[in-house]
Design a protein around this ligand. Structure first.
Ligand SMILES: Nc1nc2c(c(=O)[nH]1)N[C@H]1C(S)=C(S)[C@@H](COP(=O)(O)OP(=O)(O)OC[C@H]3O[C@@H](n4cnc5c(N)ncnc54)[C@H](O)[C@@H]3O)O[C@H]1N2
Ligand code: MOO
Length: 370
């Protein structure tokens, strides 16, 4: 028997990083880049003014002072997105807006606040430094420059930069398809009427929600009965998924046939039986390329096993380099009260599974009262 941390190491060592896919820009949020992103053009693509004012050649301002103002003829306008066609010569200036293209012949912008206008001339009484208030072509990004490295997680700022690079599609690591089957003849789903001998298969939904929260794609196989042949048939069909999760049927009871079914499908068992609860009877292995996690049926044990083992595995498959590994045992020792262990306690008291004010519906699919 091994402890949770050793089990986490064994699982991580067996997890492949999935290949890449190209996704529309916004779908890359939270995903991991599968390739370096290289700029294919300069940004900005031309010299741009950062102020509203006048653009001119710096030499035109030589000697400008309050005692000796320099008059420059205004020959045109460069608004953002509407460049001025003319080139600027000595003794001339072009009215420019922030974001406007600096025309040929100009190299400097003087802000509106330090000049005056007089009958078609701009009057300058000081000279800013050469190149002042101009963002040069390629100042933000140069053509050929590596902007982001593979392995980086895409956040909102990266989405903005990718958009400025005109990347409508982004290469990211694939999200795993995770098949979830719950086992047990006592289980029922929404389509079946409530009955004292039946238990709603809440694990199917809780685990699917955990899969979604981890960023993967859940595929709910549903409830599979405690019958060897049925189990094998359904699990065989689930083998096209990257990950298969089962809940229930893991203990040594007479009808606990999950291990047997996996064995018959050729499972390479890498982990069997943990030291301590919750999740003691959990197993992990591989069938072909699919990773297989057999979790215990008890809802807190299933959810906590997911947090301890499957969330880190999913993150790793999606290319995340730093994968935090939590354990209910650590949380209990730390006694923070908001960790995995408290989730377990909450479940044991039945509060998470069924809030008192929102009892079970006797009629399936009836809308709960608000
Ligand atoms: N003789 C022993 N029996 C058991 C031991 C033990 O040490 N000696 N350990 C117990 C522990 S701990 C666990 S955990 C369970 C694991 O058993 P299974 O994985 O076979 O779980 P089930 O028997 O199928 O179900 C347990 C419990 O959870 C409910 N359940 C199951 N599936 C779902 C679902 N999809 N949604 C909601 N609830 C579910 C089920 O009705 C049971 O009440 O073994 C113990 N036995
Ligand atoms: O080991 Mo069971 O999963 O411990 O509650």
């Amino acid at each position: 028997m091994i402890d949770v941390h050793k089990a986490q190491q064994i699982i991580q060592a067996a997890i492949p990083v999935l290949g890449s896919e190209s996704v529309p820009l916004l779908e890359s949020l939270g995903r991991v880049l599968a390739r370096d992103i290289v700029a294919t053009e300069d940004s900005p693509g031309t010299d741009i003014s950062t102020k509203d004012g006048f653009t001119l050649h710096h030499k035109s301002l030589t000697g400008a002072s309050p005692q000796s103002p320099v008059f420059l003829k205004i020959i045109g306008e460069s608004a953002a997105g509407r460049p001025c066609g003319a080139a600027v010569k000595a003794g001339e200036a072009v009215r420019i807006m922030a974001g406007g293209m600096v025309p040929d012949g100009a190299d400097t912008v003087v802000g509106l606040e330090i000049v005056t206008e007089d009958h078609g001339y701009v009057v300058c009484t000081s000279a800013p430094r050469r190149g002042g208030s101009v963002r040069l072509r390629g100042a933000l990004l140069k053509n050929g420059e590596t902007v982001f490295r593979a392995g980086m997680v895409v956040g909102p700022a990266e989405v903005g930069v990718l958009a400025s690079l005109r990347r409508a599609y982004v290469p990211v690591h694939r999200r795993p398809l995770v098949a979830i089957a719950t086992t047990g003849d006592e289980l029922a789903d929404f389509h079946e009427p409530a009955s004292p001998s039946k238990t709603m298969s809440s694990n199917l939904y809780a685990l699917a929600a955990q899969v979604l929260e981890a960023g993967a794609v859940p595929l709910c196989i549903g409830i599979v009965g405690d019958e060897l042949e049925t189990l094998q048939t359904h699990l065989r069909e689930a083998l096209h998924a990257d990950v298969i999760i089962t809940s229930g049927g893991m203990s040594k009871g007479r009808y606990d046939l999950v291990r047997e079914s996996f064995a018959a499908l050729g499972m390479d068992m890498k982990l069997s039986t943990l030291l301590g609860k919750p999740g003691k009877p959990a197993i992990f292995g591989k069938i072909g390329a699919s990773l297989v996690f057999g979790l215990p049926g008890s809802p807190p044990a299933a959810m906590i096993s997911f947090e301890q083992f499957i969330r880190p595995a999913i993150l790793r498959m999606m290319g995340h380099a730093r994968v935090p590994s939590r354990s209910a045992a650590d949380d209990r020792q730390e006694g923070t009260g908001d960790g995995l262990f408290s989730l377990y306690q909450l479940f044991k008291q039945g509060r998470a599974a069924m809030p008192a004010e929102n009892g079970p519906s006797p009629i399936p699919l009836r809308m709960s009262s608000p």
